[in-house]
Design a protein around this ligand. Structure first.
Ligand SMILES: *Cc1c(COP(=O)(O)O)cnc(C)c1O
Length: 358
């Protein structure tokens, strides 16, 4: 992608909303139904596709632009938790046959639960053939495109129509430093440029109005400074090295889990996450993993959470702090085993919602 427009400062959830609103305008305008009675007819048939592992912010954004649940398709994933292109093709074909309007597919680069990267080129090909917009949710894993070892997985990332990245996840910058990247800002302008007499400078504007590309008019400006400073400090090579650090640690953590007879690795990768469960001689008692995660969190020396993988609640450890070291991995395993040893199902868990469970 030759990025000609990047909207920094915000959250992936909001950028999904913008991307979907933009995709809708683009799609309906091309059909000549951007307004008027044809709008209602076409809008009611818009259909959206995303992987069954997509972040919930995707469905939330779709609901915000007025798509009902029965026009959202959570497409099955393959054995590596990646969106299955054949299942996507089948769903799109069935919907076209039924007279619906497939308008957008959202892929995920680094799924929240297991760190999977969806197949980009297959999805772009299908989008081009069927007239859909391709939005990629790279909130967590978008910056993986910079890592040579992951290059094959990110092939085609330059051809998507819009891409969300959240440097506040991978680059340890303050929350709210997400960005939406698009190759063609005209699509954003078509969706969001509204003019007003009280907002003209009296002569052709020297600078583009950012409000022509997004929802906000006034906006906080200082958060982008932290992102700029971090990028300036790290440089492209520094970003790559940092992500490689996470990937190496995740490999090591997965190896440690596999080598530990009391633990079972369930999923994880290529993005730096490990999903695992505790092997219990008598079968894990109900709620064991939630209680273990809670105890580890409460002890305050390591952090991990739970997630559902194949309908089972398991532990999820995510590598996203630049200060994490291999010693921390050993500490985490010790903490988990200790928490499991002191487990007592009778103790009720009052869990606070994790504040940064990616
Ligand atoms: C965290 C995350 C989001 C949501 O990001 P916010 O910046 O918290 O809105 C969306 N998608 C994925 C894949 C994520 O990991």
């Amino acid at each position: 992608m030759t990025i000609t427009c990047g909207l920094a400062v915000g959250h992936a959830s909001r950028w999904h909303l913008l991307a979907l609103a933009t995709a809708r305008t683009w799609f309906l305008t091309r059909r000549g139904s951007g307004d008027g009675p044809a709008y209602d007819r076409d809008h009611a048939r818009l259909t959206l596709y995303y992987s069954a592992q997509a972040h919930m912010s995707v469905a939330k954004a779709a609901a915000c632009i007025g798509l009902p649940g029965h026009r959202m398709r959570a497409v099955p994933t393959d054995e590596h938790d990646r969106l299955d292109p054949a299942a996507l093709r089948a769903a799109v074909t069935a919907d076209l046959d039924a007279g619906l309007l497939p308008f957008c597919t959202i892929t995920t680069l680094g799924t929240t639960a297991t760190g999977a990267v969806d197949p980009l080129t297959e999805v772009t090909d299908l989008c081009r053939r069927t007239g859909m917009w391709h939005h990629a949710d790279g909130a967590w894993g978008g910056l993986g495109a910079a890592v040579p070892a992951l290059a094959p997985l990110y092939q085609g990332v330059g051809d998507v129509d819009s891409l969300t990245v959240d440097p506040h996840k991978t680059l340890s910058v303050p929350v709210g430093c997400g960005a939406l990247l698009v190759p063609d800002p005209e699509h954003l302008h078509t969706a969001f440029a509204h003019r007003a007499s009280y907002l003209t400078a009296g002569e052709p504007d020297a600078l583009p109005w950012l409000s022509h590309a997004t929802i906000e008019l006034t906006r906080p400006g200082t958060r982008a400074l932290a992102l700029w400073a971090t990028l300036h400090h790290l440089g492209r090579a520094g970003v790559t090295t940092l992500i490689e650090h996470y990937l190496t640690l995740a490999d090591q953590l997965r190896d440690r889990i596999t080598a530990q007879p009391r633990l079972e690795l369930v999923a994880g990768g290529p993005w730096p996450v490990a999903c695992f469960r505790i092997i219990h001689p008598a079968g894990a008692p109900d709620g064991l993993h939630a209680r273990v995660a809670h105890r580890v969190q409460a002890a305050g020396r390591a952090y991990l959470a739970t997630v559902a993988v194949n309908d089972r609640t398991v532990l999820r450890a995510c590598l996203c702090n630049y200060r994490t070291s291999t010693e921390d991995l050993d500490l985490l395993i010790r903490e988990v085993l200790h928490a499991a040893d002191s487990d007592s199902p009778a103790v009720p868990v009052t869990r606070e919602r994790p504040t940064h469970n990616q």
